[in-house]
Design a protein around this ligand. Structure first.
Ligand code: ATP
Ligand code: MG
Length: 258
């Protein structure tokens, strides 16, 4: 199983939309995916129309010794399982921070899942902060996928996260962490600025940037309020096309095209 953290400390850039829809598209392609909602806001959980439940998140696994297999739930989508979030996860920021192992705790918790053989990919939706949950996810992950919004401040966030990756590697917690990709989100073709940001990011980060660009569409914004992934909500729309193409490219990068 490859563990992919979807992270950017900047808020509202499309982390949740990408985690949820990339996972749904990979599952639709037959890959066995475990989607992990690591954000106490629980947007991925509710965006899939799934109820939150105290004790149902990774919290009891992180602060006591509950086995993570006990909090995995199947979803209505074949091949897609989830570890839900609940606001209780916010408690980790304080409780884990007081322990000496806060950076490596999630990595240790993930071990039984990593070697279980049940999943091809675990996709972690990270919260928009530099706290224990996000840094723990970067320490636990094999790779990092960074969504950035096609707007001026998008680039600023990007240099910050590249710096964090470097720190995590150098801390010794996860020397092998790879910057797997950068995906440009909420692209608006009517805005010159969007075009400019895409070309700047491609100049700086060339190969790492996905060819697929996620457009800004009303449907992508609406789907979570119906508790649906975009391939359920509007399977033939531009949003679904974009995320299917992102999944395709992701699988090609991983030598996993089927
Ligand atoms: P946070 O940092 O709060 O966790 P996030 O990075 O997870 O935010 P999202 O929740 O995915 O970002 O997106 C922010 C808002 O923009 C949401 O309301 C979402 O529905 C909407 N949105 C995301 N991507 C698109 C898109 N391509 N087109 C239109 N709306 C979008
Ligand atoms: Mg989010």
């Amino acid at each position: 199983m490859r563990i992919v953290a979807i992270a950017n400390q900047k808020g509202g850039v499309g982390k949740t939309t990408t985690s949820l829809n990339l996972s749904a598209c990979l599952a639709a392609r037959g890959l066995r995916v475990l989607l992990i909602d690591l954000d106490p806001q629980a947007n991925t959980t509710s965006g899939l129309g799934i109820a939150q439940e105290e004790g149902g998140s990774l919290y009891p696994c992180l602060v006591s010794d509950v086995n993570p297999t006990q909090v995995i739930r199947s979803t209505r989508l074949p091949n897609l399982s989830i570890i839900r979030s609940h606001q209780e996860l916010a408690g980790c920021e304080v409780e884990l921070a007081q322990t000496g192992h806060h950076l490596t705790r999630l990595r240790d918790v993930m071990k039984p899942l990593r070697y279980s053989g049940h999943f091809d990919y675990a996709i972690m939706d990270c919260p928009p902060s530099l706290g224990v949950l996000m840094t723990g996810a970067l320490a636990a992950a094999d790779e990092l996928l960074v969504p950035i919004q096609c707007e001026y401040f998008g680039l600023e966030g990007l240099s910050k996260i590249v710096q964090i990756v470097q720190q995590i590697r150098e801390s010794g917690a996860n020397p092998a962490l790879a910057l797997e990709g950068i995906v440009m989100t909420m692209f608006d073709s009517r805005m010159n600025l969007s075009q400019q940001v895409v070309s700047d990011v491609r100049n700086y980060f060339s190969q790492v940037v996905y060819d697929t660009i996620i457009p800004r569409t009303i449907r992508l914004g609406e789907a979570p309020s119906f508790g649906k992934s975009i391939i359920e909500y509007e399977p033939n729309g531009r949003g679904a096309q974009a995320y299917l193409s992102l999944a395709e490219e992701f699988l090609r990068r991983h030598g996993d095209a089927r």
